[in-house]
Design a protein around this ligand. Structure first.
Ligand SMILES: Cc1cc2nc3c(=O)[nH]c(=O)nc-3n(C[C@H](O)[C@H](O)[C@H](O)COP(=O)(O)O)c2cc1C
Length: 308
């Protein structure tokens, strides 16, 4: 019998534990190019939108991508249509997807976050909100996600504004992500997700100038997987809310490592750029991994024995 991959995450029933990393799978562009077949074969059990901001953003100057050994650096810089553009143009497109929708939000200020959470939270089509305090390309997000006090203060503002699950996406670019995770949990977050990209720079080999238009960006892909595993391990030991693990997942064995460390679910990011169906393969490989270990379900998420 095939192992049971289903789970409940923040009160939302999911068919399996594989989500997409925000900003790494454009379901709207994919539908435009390939039609309804893409939606029907969506490899994720829930869809996380690209991060939206209060105002429209053009993103960073090109070039925005730099290939590294076992990874890539991006300095995309959150191009998006802004809150109103998202609600009017993108949300009607995304409700077509056959899975729960999680909208990722980020703002340069607490009132900005509050406006996003309140307006997005009013929409029945939205199952959950991911609060991106971690993007290395926008200064304000970095400050919030680097500091437990800032994260708690943000949660105190936005938690009362919605009953929808709030998932706080942590940054790896700080000395103690577990302390920030504890602050998020204390502020009423329903889950945390990690890791976002690691701040990184690549040089043009000829001119030795920074390659990226924004000078630096965020590293993702297999190069960051062992860092992600360690940060997930440290966070699951310190919070009792669910943890969504990501960072360089390319195979079912990779996904199982995050789940074995106590993550409740995982996300596939950079791997989807090379192969948009990568998450489907990850899922079938995860089934094989469980079967080969004689397991009929996912490992149980870790619950720490103390809250410290
Ligand atoms: C091109 C690109 C764009 C991304 N955009 C976002 C974003 O809009 N919001 C966000 O929270 N994370 C964003 N991320 C981070 C991913 O969601 C993920 O946390 C990170 O890439 C680690 O996973 P991976 O190694 O599997 O890609 C982006 C990553 C990449 C590579």
């Amino acid at each position: 019998m095939s192992p049971d991959l289903s789970l409940e995450l923040c009160g939302i029933r999911l068919e399996h534990p594989i989500l997409n990393g925000s900003g790494t799978f454009d379901a709207i562009a994919a539908h435009r190019a390939f039609g309804d077949a893409v939606d029907e074969r969506l490899p994720f059990s829930a869809y996380v939108s690209k991060t939206i901001t209060p105002e429209r953003r053009a993103g960073n100057p090109p070039p925005r991508l730099y290939e590294t050994p076992a990874g890539m650096i991006n300095s995309i810089g959150l191009p998006n249509k802004g809150l109103e553009g998202f609600l009017m143009e993108d949300l009607p497109d995304l409700v077509r997807l056959p899975v729960p929708l999680c909208v990722s939000v980020m703002a340069p200020s607490r009132p900005g976050f509050a406006a996003l959470v309140e307006r997005v939270g009013q929409r029945d089509e939205v199952a959950a909100i991911e609060v991106n305090v971690s993007c290395p390309n926008v200064k304000s997000g970095l400050i919030v996600g680097e500091q437990p006090g800032e994260t708690l203060a943000l949660l105190e503002v936005i938690r009362p504004l919605t009953d929808k699950p709030l998932i706080v996406k942590l940054t790896p670019n700080c000395s103690d992500p577990a302390a920030v995770a504890r602050a998020a949990a204390e502020g009423g977050a329903d889950a945390v997700s990690l890791i976002n990209t690691l701040r990184a720079t690549g040089l043009d080999p000829t001119t030795l100038d920074p390659w990226l238009g924004a000078t630096s960006g965020g590293l993702s892909g297999p190069a960051i997987r062992s860092i992600a595993l360690d940060q997930v391990r440290r966070v699951v030991a310190q919070v009792s809310i669910p943890v969504i693990g990501m960072g360089g997942i390319e195979t079912g064995a990779d996904a199982l490592e995050f789940l074995a460390l106590g993550a409740s679910a995982v996300a596939v990011g950079t791997a989807s750029f090379r192969d948009p169906a990568a998450a489907r393969r990850v899922r079938s490989e995860l089934v094989s991994e469980l079967v080969s270990r004689g397991l009929d379900r996912l490992p149980s998420p870790h619950v720490p024995s103390t809250s410290t």
